[in-house]
Each structure stands twice: as structure tokens, then as C-alpha cells.
Write a new protein. Structure first.
Length: 277
């Protein structure tokens, strides 16, 4: 019997994501795991007390030790969501994990159909130790840069012109795309993962999310990721780093200022469906 798909509205997607976040929060609370809202989700919490109105995703970040414990918990116990992680999904070719609603599915217009299909999800980004000074941290951060570019290109169904880069950058992007067609995803993921674990989080003076889109702006003192406060997000409260002002300024500059109207757009290219039957 074929499955019936019902397209979800933006508000329905947000409601599902919020439920996932609440489930994630409960597991962390019950197991003493540190986490914080991250990226645009943290920005939304501080500026809008919830979702950025024109956005549709949720990001959280976890120190490496807590991230590893969370993954082990999800692989050992039954959870209301599905865990996507490269070690438990052969076609999942991202270094950071996701959790998704198993009754939904996403159809993406840009990303490869060969990837593991996920439902409506939230991203879980890892905060890794990077070194005891800024120079060492940047060096550690850049160790996996080329590999991450190839891995990212593996998610493309075909080569496309990037609006985020100048035209002269396109030949390099095309070269990376060609490499991505012949590279072994699992070997790349294992190599990146091994390198990311080289520096202990709790004893390192600098840390950051190596896979973050803000590149070396992700690097901060480890102490930033060790103190937490509760913050309102929609009709609930979740944890975020206490020094969120430093984090948001480093990522977004004057983060309380709204972007121009023409830039208030979601960056996702998928449609979401509820699957029945």
C-alpha cells in the first residue's frame, strides 16, 4: 500500500521542530548533559523570544563529551525521534548529527537524493576543543577544511552556481565537486571525526564548532561554552550559553538590528510532508 504525503506548512514544521527540541531537552536534563541553543536559533531566542519569523530551523550545540553521551543514549534506548549519525546511517554524509520526526519526510530541490532521507529535524552541532591559544586553535580548525568542502559537495545532486561566493571562486568549487564524485564518504567522515577529537574540550582554552558556517568566527574561549542560563523560546524555556552576547556579536555583529526586508528569507530548499499509511 502506497504512503500518502501531506505537505506541511511553515507553522506546522515549526511546531514539530519545537516538539523535537523539547524531547531533546528532556533527555539532556534527565542525564545531566550540557547543551545550548545555537546559531540562528539562539539569535531568535534573544531577539524574537522564539523562531526568527522568516526562518524554519532549530540548531543546538553540545560540548564534545556531552554530545558523545547523547549519541550513546540514543543508540541504546528507544527515543520518540530518529537519530541520524554517520556511524548508524550508511548514506548519512554529514559530520554532525540530526534528530528527526519519523512520521515526516523532506524532499530537497538541491541536495542529493542519494543521501539518507530525513524527516523534519533539528541539527546538533559539536563544540570541540581547539587548543591553548588562538594560533593553535585556527590551525586545528583548518586541519579538516579541505575535507569538509569535499564532504559538503557530496550532498549536491549536481553542480550549481553559488550566490554566496564571487564568480572567480567557481572553478575551485567545480574542482571540489569533481573530487566529491570519487571520494569515499565514510573514510572522509572518519578522518574528520578523528581529527576533531584530537584536543580535549574541557582542558582546552579555546573551542568552537568546526563545521559551523562562520568558519574561524566560531572560535572562542572554551569558558564561553561552560556556563548556561535559561532563555525563553516560544512558549518554553531552554538552555543557552550565558555569554550569548559575545557569541552573537562575533557571529552577526549588531544582532539586534533586523536585516533588510529582501534578506528576510529562509535558506532551506526543501518541502516537508507528513507521511501516512
Amino acid at each position: 500500500m502506497s504512503k500518502v504525503k501531506k505537505e506541511l506548512t511553515l507553522e506546522e514544521i515549526k511546531k514539530i521542530e519545537l516538539k523535537l527540541l523539547s524531547q531533546f531537552h528532556d533527555i539532556c536534563q534527565n542525564n545531566g548533559l550540557r547543551y545550548s541553543l545555537g546559531g540562528g536559533t539562539l539569535l531568535g531566542a534573544i531577539r524574537h523570544k522564539g523562531f526568527i519569523p522568516w526562518d524554519d530551523d532549530i540548531d543546538v550545540m553540545m560540548p564534545r563529551p556531552d554530545y558523545e553521551k547523547f549519541l550513546k543514549y540514543c543508540m541504546r534506548y528507544k527515543t520518540p525521534f530518529k537519530l541520524h549519525y554517520y556511524k548508524n546511517s550508511n548514506n548519512y554524509i554529514l559530520i554532525d548529527a540530526k534528530i528527526s520526526d519519523p512520521s515526516t519526510i523532506l524532499v530537497d530541490k538541491v541536495l542529493s537524493a542519494k543521501r539518507t532521507r530525513v524527516g523534519v529535524f533539528i541539527d546538533i552541532f559539536v563544540i570541540d576543543g581547539l587548543g591553548d591559544n588562538e594560533r593553535a586553535a585556527k590551525k586545528q580548525f583548518m586541519k579538516t577544511s579541505a575535507k569538509r568542502e569535499v564532504l559538503n559537495a557530496m550532498t549536491w545532486d549536481k553542480f550549481f552556481r553559488s550566490k554566496a561566493h564571487p564568480l572567480y571562486y567557481e572553478p575551485l568549487r567545480f574542482g571540489v565537486y569533481i573530487l566529491s564524485r570519487i571520494a569515499n564518504a565514510q573514510k572522509l567522515l572518519s578522518s574528520i571525526d578523528r581529527i576533531n577529537r584530537e584536543v580535549d574540550f574541557d582542558s582546552s582554552k579555546f573551542a568552537g564548532c568546526v563545521s559551523g558556517v562562520y568558519r574561524t568566527k566560531e572560535i572562542m574561549k572554551t569558558s564561553v561554552f561552560k556556563s548556561y542560563v535559561k532563555v525563553k523560546f516560544e512558549d518554553q524555556e531552554f538552555w543557552c550559553i550565558k555569554d550569548y552576547d559575545l557569541y552573537l556579536k562575533q557571529h552577526y555583529g549588531n544582532y539586534m538590528e533586523l536585516p533588510p526586508v529582501e534578506k528576510r528569507q529562509t535558506h532551506h530548499t526543501f518541502k516537508a510532508y507528513r507521511v501516512k499509511g
